[in-house]
Design a protein around this ligand. Structure first.
Ligand code: ZN
Length: 137
């Protein structure tokens, strides 16, 4: 899937915002993150709820989830109504994953097909990153 130049510019700016905040940016799952950058689990639960509220509309409802703590190489991801949140994967991975899950869940509810990476997703990831960096870091 070709990602537009516009989308790339937004993704790059978002990654730069994370680097400017002193946070490691890992674009692939499973990397090692120094413990000083592990995120707060309870804050992450609140962030996931806030991320879904962020895209809520009359036609896009907030799915109900339960939450559990992951460790090691476990992904930050939701599966069958359970969010696994793994502080060891770092906050950038958390926000990146949450942005994709929110995007997928929203599009599913609207019955529309959208690419995983596109300008509209890039804007969502940017907004969620700003929320996380200003309120949860
Ligand atoms: Zn992505």
């Amino acid at each position: 899937m070709k990602v537009s130049k516009e989308a790339h510019l937004i993704y790059d700016a978002t990654n730069q915002a994370w680097k400017d905040a002193g946070q490691p940016v890992h674009l692939h799952w499973g990397g090692e993150i120094s413990p000083e950058f592990w995120f707060d689990y309870d804050g992450a639960v609140r962030f996931v709820r806030k991320a879904y509220r962020h895209v809520k509309t009359r036609r896009v409802l907030i799915p109900s989830f339960s939450y559990k703590r992951g460790s090691g190489n476990r992904h930050n991801w939701r599966r069958r109504g359970v969010w696994t949140l793994n502080p060891e994967q770092g906050a950038h991975d958390l926000v990146h994953s949450v942005s994709h899950a929110v995007w997928i869940d929203k599009n599913r509810q609207l019955g529309r097909r959208r690419p995983h990476h596109c300008a509209e997703h890039a804007i969502l990831e940017r907004q969620l990153s700003e929320i996380y960096l200003s309120e949860f870091l």
